[in-house]
Write a protein that binds this ligand. Sequence first.
Ligand SMILES: Nc1ncnc2c1ncn2[C@@H]1O[C@H](COP(=O)(O)OP(=O)(O)OP(=O)(O)O)[C@@H](O)[C@H]1O
Length: 271
Amino acid sequence: MSEPNPVSDPHSDPAAPVIVANGLDLTFQTADGPVHALKDVSLDIPNGSFVSFIGPSGCGKTTLLRCIAGLETPTGGSLTVNGMTADEARMARAYGYVFQAAGLYPWRSIGGNIRLPLEIMGFSKAEQQERVARVLELVELTGFEKKFPWQLSGGMQQRASIARALAFDAEILLMDEPFGALDEIVRDRLNEEVLRLWDRTQKTICFVTHSIPEAVYLSTHIVVMSPRPGRITDVIESPLPHHRPLDIRDAPEFIEIAHRVREGLRAGYEE
Ligand SMILES: Nc1ncnc2c1ncn2[C@@H]1O[C@H](COP(=O)(O)OP(=O)(O)OP(=O)(O)O)[C@@H](O)[C@H]1O
């Protein structure tokens, strides 16, 4: 029932999961009555893994990410992030959060947007500058620091938003369908970039998506969720190598995992 779904990663110490959920439940009280969003969600996410959450619209993926971020309070179960409560982890800035829309302030330059959390956290001017340069390089936007968001394409804005989330060097990156609004070619390129970024930074990434190929291409582990109330129907550990060219999507192992994800999604509907 609430046995944790072990998500172990050969590249990390499985004894030290960075996010641990046990029997998480969340019911929203709304004017139209209670909305049961999450049901008995148990999961161990080890350090350094890339975990995708996939499931039908409204199944609670964003809600689960927001629970991990300490932005929603579960109505049942327990959750720790870096050994702290999610609320403590939020206060300790244990994670960077990338939203569906880039959400950059239009009146601030790209550098200004990335600097904002650093200013709030009280970093020195020199440290701010060093960090802005480093994260711009990580997302391949060097040279765009003085541009304004409207001068960048949608894909570049989303990269700037990832840079902002990376600027304070939190160990965890929470990404809520960051590329959903982009065309397929741009999305492919950003998927490759995110994988490279993950490889270079060794961060733990939790990534929400609707796309089966995106989940399979990016992840070390794919968490399949059922329609609302969101439950976990399967956790798939990927046998794909760490380094993945885009054409790996034609490989039989890739197609096999995609098939298993599809089956998991179907099972969620039938239960
Ligand atoms: N603050 C809230 N108050 C009331 N109901 C909410 C709230 N936030 C989410 N919900 C409801 O909880 C359910 C899960 O929503 P959530 O946004 O987590 O789903 P999702 O899987 O991320 O959906 P999508 O893939 O469409 O983004 C939905 O029925 C939604 O309407």
